[in-house]
Design a protein around this ligand. Sequence first.
Ligand code: NIG
Length: 381
Amino acid sequence: MAVLITGIGELTTNDAELGKLRDAAVVVDGEKIAWVGAAADAPDSDERIDVEGRAVLPGWVDSHTHLVFAGDRTTEFEARMAGKAYSAGGIAVTVEATRAASDEQLAANLRRHVDEAAKQGTTCLETKTGYGLNVEDEVRSARIATDVADEVTFLGAHLVPPGADAESYVDLVCGDMLDAVAPLVRWADVFCETGAFDEAQSGRVLKAARERGLGLRVHGNQLGEGPGVRLAVELGAASVDHCTYLSEADVAALAASDTVATLLPACDLSTRQPLAPARRLLDAGATVALASNANPGSSYTTSMAFCVTTAVLQMRMTIEEAVWSATAGGARALRRDDVGVIRPGARADLQVLEAPSVTHLAYRPGVPLTAGVWRCGRALT
Ligand code: NIG
């Protein structure tokens, strides 16, 4: 059944030819977008929805979350707000709670957070393992994630589990753990940082994942300058995420590569770190994505709108750059061309704002502006 969405005051398509349209309409047929153009030229359809001048844009593509978890880290957050620094070690608290939770509890928690994100306009979401850190719990995390998320990443190399020896743990990740998890997922990731995995260990994990046909992602340069960005670029990772502390060489390497710099402003704020240098990256020509990094430790939000608002108000991105980075940029970080864009043939993932233009996302910070969401052609709100 074809549905005509008309009366669109401002349509952000992210398509190079279509650009931004005024007084526009979109036809959704089944799971796909069938037509995009001026409202006056719209074809007949089975159903007609008039959005009465509101802005429409692609659904958010949240390319970085950690939502297969149990437990709560409010105490750690309170300590951080009182001046204690964020450290990778907090991950162990969530590992303990996640291992103790049933499959049903983990699945329900994941579903709850994905639904929360969808209500705010997120229509494509990546999530990771990484709170299991043994073969059994990493496999079940991956299984649970694949039932719910669009994209799943293996992050067995999130932290050396308490009591384990780092080199033996990397052997396990590169051997039995990858053997068991690789058939279930598309991506592998490593937390390349002081307190987690060093350059050599990270390189071993990424190469072992690549040998099994997985695409690569890297957590890098979150807590200080380091080898994460360089390694990601050298190994052709789709994305290096965080990028809070970048040297000039890191920026130049990203600009000359296909590796997306995925920035996580809610995490930078929640860990009281500087905001990632979006302007330096963009001015150098790097591709930038914005993602929520939703997780119970460093960034407990599913709000992509908050990330866009922060990117504009505090990181000196234009609203167009920020919206692109949170939609098409996320799609680029996931190597997808069917989401993050409104064009015929793309997945029908759209959001309607309670506003005449995307500028209101920054102009009205903190105001919930989601008026409607379609995912795969189905209205969610
Ligand atoms: O992306 N950097 C590593 N992992 C997460 C934090 C996870 C946690 O603290 O539980 C991140 O910030």
